[in-house]
Design a protein around this ligand. Structure first.
Ligand SMILES: Nc1ncnc2c1ncn2[C@@H]1O[C@H](COP(=O)(O)OP(=O)(O)O)[C@@H](O)[C@H]1O
Ligand SMILES: [Mg+2]
Length: 265
């Protein structure tokens, strides 16, 4: 469980994060979303102490992370970013085994784990283990980035726009895989995106940020059914709201729905 209590971040007298409060539950896939510059990455990087808050408190399972050694903290928190940064001179197997080795996992144990994880994301170990990152497609590399973050079995995984550099088809595949993977591994995942379709598809709950403040935090269903204000409506997009209105209000008759929507405009 991750808890933010009145967390603030100030850069050069600019308050970038304005005293935010939220809790991410154990095993939850929690999506931080909002327009560019609203503070998603800053919020996320405060969880693994790549950025220190100016004020407030962040706790993991009740413990103040400010009192923990940042290096140890980071070894227990998987981290996936857009430019995954696989080490080019290491094989896929070596990349994935990196943190398990640092954590002194036994060779036989991490070798088994590498095989399991590769298999989970559809990369046949025999075929991919000994390759170098440049010998994989973008989507395949990003899969390796995701499983590398899971390799040392952290309880928390942070993902900052991990799929946004991929083509739409690979992106959808990876989203599906993540949802499937999450059903088995049940990690606490904080996932940053600016893409509402992605958020609606994968999130247990969505936290919508604007200018360093939380505008709405709820399940995808509740946000769609009850957007908090005009900003949320605009961010979701009226087209999507109409589509979902159809689902939520249980319109069975397509024509009736069309008439309703037309009538409402
Ligand atoms: N090191 C920094 N110094 C000054 N301002 C920063 C720094 N890092 C981020 N910012 C500013 O903080 C705001 C939030 O940034 P960020 O968290 O990266 O946004 P997002 O990930 O939502 O696009 C932006 O206005 C950005 O310019
Ligand atoms: Mg960002």
């Amino acid at each position: 469980m991750i808890t933010f209590q009145d967390v603030r971040k100030v850069y050069n007298q600019n308050e970038i994060i304005k005293g935010i409060n939220f809790t991410v539950n154990q095993g939850e896939l929690f999506v931080l979303i909002g327009p560019s510059g609203c503070g998603k990455t800053t919020t996320m990087k405060m969880i693994n102490r790549l950025i220190e808050p100016t004020g407030g408190l962040i706790k993991i399972n009740g413990e103040n992370i400010a009192e923990k050694d940042p290096v140890h903290l980071r070894r227990d928190i998987g981290y996936v970013i857009q430019q995954i940064g696989l080490f080019p001179h290491m094989t896929i197997a070596q990349n994935v085994a990196l943190v398990p080795k640092l954590k002194k996992m036994k060779a036989e144990e991490y070798e088994k784990r590498v095989d399991e994880l590769l298999t989970m994301v559809g990369l046949e170990p025999g075929k991919f283990k000994m390759r170098y990152p440049s010998e994989l497609s973008g989507g395949q590399q990003q899969r390796v980035g995701v499983i590398r973050a899971m390799a040392a079995n952290p309880s928390i995984i942070l993902m900052d726009e991990p799929f946004s550099a991929l083509d739409p088809i690979s992106r959808e595949q990876l989203q599906d895989e993540l949802v499937k993977l999450q059903k088995t591994i049940k990690k606490t995942i904080v996932f940053v995106t600016h893409d509402m379709d992605e958020a609606l598809k994968i999130a247990d709950r969505i936290c919508l940020l604007k200018d360093g403040e939380i505008v709405q935090l709820d399940t995808p269903q509740n946000i769609l059914a009850n957007p908090a204000n005009d900003f949320v409506v605009e961010f979701i997009g009226s087209k999507r709201l109409q589509q979902n209105l159809k689902l939520f209000k249980g319109f069975k008759d397509e024509n009736k729905f069309q008439r309703e929507v037309a009538g409402n405009e």
